[in-house]
Ligand binder design. Structure first.
Ligand code: MSP
Length: 501
């Protein structure tokens, strides 16, 4: 089966920060897991380069928007390998092929009669690049997201007849209760639709920095329409040898933050309907990362967690693990360096890392580095029963934190097993040789299975560990607790999560 997953494309008017890293990591966990299951996966990320925010930032710096876009797109591109993200393509909305495809699709929307020219007047947030409706505006005429003063704008625009999609969208939500996940965001989107949809502006006359409207070249498309279409256009040129559209469209999951819910759960499906394109299966909406003080992260509050600092100090896998573990995926959560350190020390170093080192060290000390080929412990095997399927079921629903939790329960189970069996005592008892063999074989097997399941979360560390165990198979199929050890050579291992000062 094909599995197509996307992140939002990130604005190039800012530097990559933790929020961008978070969405990318979450999508990467799902992409990697699906590849382990043998699915045909396509994972897309990229940058959103048109629109007012970028034009304004470039103007403020006195450079051409393209120059600013080129410079900052490089930073986002470089972020991906740094996070160990396995994206199959990186789209930039300034790619010529993207622009042509946007024009083609929106021309079809126009030809299908879903546009008209009209006058728009409203309260506009330059940072959102969006007009705000009365009931979302904060007191003092502030943007509900950026809390900055809104500007009164009036201009002649092309409009998209969103209002005519009221009924089709209601139908979509009735027929597909998992179109938007988790359910509270489904409810939020449904209420937004139920409140009544107004037409939205599709073009900008004042702006030059965008994709030209083919039927009225004095306008450029409103950046959100150009941006949303990236999910569709990328497939047509990501691979020069193949149009990937038939293979991957419709998308399985769009992963987004809740700040851009309306665009993805209302505008996007309506736009696709207007163009006669099939709708994606799911939009998964995650929450906000907050400062350690529970307030919105902001430089001025000094509560920002820098992903690069975390990776430098603790490594990429620790950042990935921390974000998936500490913030329930789908909800909001506070993050901070103190919490990173604490998870690193207690869970990564002491629980998983220590379990791995102990296991490898004991196989060396007591069995000269060969995992015993005897039967594994059926009682322990029982505690792993159905684990692989449970993880798959949770990740099918993008429940990345829950899936990690059920895996982690087994990490703890194995640590208890070491204490219960006390191999160091068995080693002193000449009559306990068989028991020691079984204990070691079971530990190697348990660590192996967990590492395969943890691989999407911590690709680097788990691969290193599996290689040391002589079991490099990363396939999901191999994540079953075998009835006997395979007797492979286990090689010495440096600590996976070394102590930090
Ligand atoms: N360019 C638009 C998206 C277009 S998609 C067709 C945009 N870009 S953005 O650079 O502002 O990125 C927004 C996304 O970054 C959010 O939806 C979310 O995925 C992520 N995050 C940015 N800040 C975040 C937090 N503080 N917390 C969690 N995620 C955050 O919007």
């Amino acid at each position: 089966m094909s599995f197509y997953i996307t992140t939002p494309i990130y604005y190039v008017n800012a530097q990559p920060h933790l929020g961008h890293a978070y969405t990318t990591i979450a999508a990467d966990v799902l992409a990697r897991h699906m590849r382990q299951r043998g699915e045909d996966v396509f994972f897309l990320t990229g940058t959103d380069e048109h629109g007012e925010p970028v034009a304004d930032a470039a103007h403020a710096e006195g450079v051409d928007p393209q120059e600013l876009a080129d410079r900052n797109a490089e930073r986002f591109k470089a972020l991906m390998p740094r996070l160990n993200a396995s994206n199959d393509f990186f789209i930039r909305t300034t790619d010529e092929q993207h622009k042509l495809k946007v024009q083609e699709v929106l021309q079809r929307v126009h030809d299908n009669g879903h546009t008209y020219k009209g006058m728009y007047e409203g309260w506009y947030c330059p940072r959102c690049a969006d007009f705000k409706v009365e009931n979302e505006i904060l007191e003092g005429n502030l943007c509900p997201i950026h809390e900055i003063p809104l500007e009164r704008h009036q201009e002649e625009n092309w409009f998209f007849r969103l209002s005519t999609f009221q009924e089709p969208l209601e139908q979509l939500y009735r027929d597909h209760p998992d179109f938007v996940m988790p359910s509270r965001h489904f409810n939020e989107a449904s209420s937004f639709i139920a409140a009544g949809l107004q037409d939205v502006s599709l073009s900008r006359a004042r702006l030059k920095w965008g994709v030209t409207v083919p039927w009225d070249p004095s306008h450029v498309f409103y950046v959100w329409f150009d941006a949303l279409l990236n999910y569709y256009t990328a497939l047509s040129y990501a691979d020069p040898a193949e149009d990937l559209n038939p293979r991957f469209w419709p998308a399985t999951y769009h992963i987004i933050g809740k700040d851009i819910l309306k665009f993805h759960t209302v505008f996007w499906p309506a736009l696709l309907m207007a163009a006669g394109i099939e709708l994606p299966d799911h939009v998964f909406v995650h929450g906000f990362l907050l400062g350690a003080d529970g307030r919105k992260m902001s430089k001025s509050l000094g509560n920002v967690l820098d992903p690069f600092e975390v990776m430098e100090e603790f490594g990429t896998d620790a950042l990935r693990f921390y974000l998936m573990r500490d913030v329930a995926f789908g909800g909001d959560g506070a993050v901070g360096m103190h919490a990173v350190r604490s998870r690193y020390e207690t869970e990564l170093a002491n629980e998983y890392g220590n379990l791995a080192s102990r296991t490898v060290a004991m196989v060396h000390r007591y069995r000269d580095g060969s995992g015993p080929t005897v039967s594994t412990d059926p009682e322990l095997a029982f505690d792993f029963d159905g684990l692989r399927e449970q993880v798959a079921m949770l990740l099918d629903r993008a429940e990345a934190t829950q899936a990690l939790e059920v895996i982690w329960q087994r990490v703890r189970r194995l640590n208890r097993y070491v204490e219960e069996r006390a191999p160091w005592q068995l080693a002193r008892d000449p009559a306990a040789g068989e028991q020691l063999d079984q204990t070691l074989a079971s530990l190697v097997e348990g660590v192996r299975v967990l590492s395969v399941l943890l691989h999407p979360y911590m690709p680097g560390t788990t691969q290193r560990l599996l290689e040391a165990l002589g079991a490099p198979d990363l396939n999901y199929q191999s994540a079953v607790f075998a009835a006997s050890g395979d007797g492979g050579a286990v090689v010495a291992l440096e600590p996976l999560f070394p102590k930090r000062a």
